[in-house]
Design a protein around this ligand. Structure first.
Ligand code: 6MZ
Length: 354
């Protein structure tokens, strides 16, 4: 339902939102990078150059950018400052609930360990809580598929330990990294083990056409894991043709939510334009599909931008946007108490707007 009487961009900004797919190292803002450059006594312009994908490039080139970012965010101080600034920026964009993910890194050069890396993020989240920001933040520990199964097991142990010691501030694991490297099938025992320990799973699947591994993981995990799919660009029948219907059937049957990153997919050249994005396919089936930024710095977008883009493309008005935002709450990894609080925030906002 289009609604000519409202400014969509402004409404999307004010709308309380949830962000479920944001990688720490790609979620910086240019403002933050400039501050960091000044803080480190580096020339700002040289530092920020090429750190935002302005035009569509194949996914591989995005991964080259991530390598550069990892050279920047490698000290405890940089990780702390980055985490705080990402949380504050999402709060300013009226994100009321954020699940932020990152790959714990071991960097001997700076004394960084995987444990210290995640503990630093936890400290930043707690300090932001103390400041009373109007946003609830939870963390996911990322598994980078390029690093293999043994490192994935270490990440799960760390996530489990932190889930206990933070009383659920860390609540799951993400599986990501270059989809052209390795086979997600090899990680299935790790995913099942994580789920058995009570960790929730957000798995990058079908970001590119990888039917076999996607089917294997979905078949193995759908029954016993609380999970969402990152991207899921090449999941649905429309793209697959005969023989791959099982994947869509599993996703529909188990109502596995899909994290949809429109700008990221377009800039990574896995989707042509907002109009052909799979968001619409799943949304029109009333299947849970959540708009996310992926990396608001690397892809130069905000969650408001993602909502506006989709609203304009598919003619969403005020009521559609409110109903949509409310529906995204069902897919968060937190429990009923937090869900109820978010629904109440959205209800009150909706009342004020009507
Ligand atoms: C797959 C991605 C990704 O963990 O260092 N990452 N993995 N597909 C994508 N689509 C664009 N975007 C980011 O954040 C950067 C890391 O997140 C994963 C990659 O492993 C990348 O190195 P962190 O905070």
């Amino acid at each position: 339902m289009a609604d000519g009487s409202i400014n969509i961009d402004d409404f999307c900004h004010r709308l309380p939102k949830v962000e479920l797919h944001a990688h720490l190292n790609t979620s910086y803002s240019m403002k933050f990078l400039r501050e960091l450059a000044r803080h480190n006594g580096i020339a700002e312009e040289d530092f920020v150059q090429d750190l935002c994908l302005k035009e569509a490039k194949p996914l591989d080139e995005g991964f080259a950018l991530f390598v550069r970012l990892h050279q920047i965010f490698k000290t405890e101080e940089a990780i702390y400052r980055l985490t705080c600034s990402v949380i504050k920026e999402f709060a300013e964009d009226n994100v009321k609930y954020l699940e932020l993910r990152s790959t714990p890194k071991m960097i001997p050069e700076t004394g960084m360990t995987r444990d210290l890396y995640m503990q630093t993020m936890v400290r930043a989240v707690k300090d932001c809580e103390k400041e009373g920001l109007d946003i609830t933040v939870r963390l996911l520990v990322s598994i980078d598929r390029r690093h293999g199964v043994e490192v994935a097991r270490i990440a799960v142990d760390l996530a489990d330990k932190l889930m206990q010691s933070t009383q659920g501030l860390v609540l799951g694991v993400d599986f990501s990294g270059d989809p052209k490297v390795g086979d997600a099938t090899d990680f299935i025992p790790v995913f099942l083990d994580a789920a058995k320990r009570g960790l929730k799973l957000s798995l990058h699947l079908a970001e590119i056409p990888l039917y076999e591994e996607t089917k294997n993981v979905l078949q193995a995990c759908c029954r016993s894991c609380t999970m969402r799919i990152g991207h899921g660009t090449f999941l649905h029948r429309y793209d697959l043709g005969k023989g791959h219907e099982e994947m869509e059937d599993i996703v529909l049957q188990w109502k596995i939510p899909i994290e949809a990153c429109v700008t990221s997919n377009i800039l990574s050249k896995t989707v042509d334009c907002p109009g052909t994005h799979h968001f619409h396919y799943w949304h029109s089936k009333q299947h849970p599909v959540i708009l996310c930024t992926d990396g608001k710095g690397a892809f130069g977008c905000s969650l408001t931008d993602e909502y506006s883009k989709v609203a304009k493309e598919f003619g969403f008005g005020k009521r559609d946007l409110l109903a949509y935002a409310l529906s995204t709450v069902d897919s968060i990894f937190e429990g009923d108490q937090v869900k109820q609080r978010l629904r109440e925030t959205m209800r009150v906002f909706g009342q004020k707007e009507s």
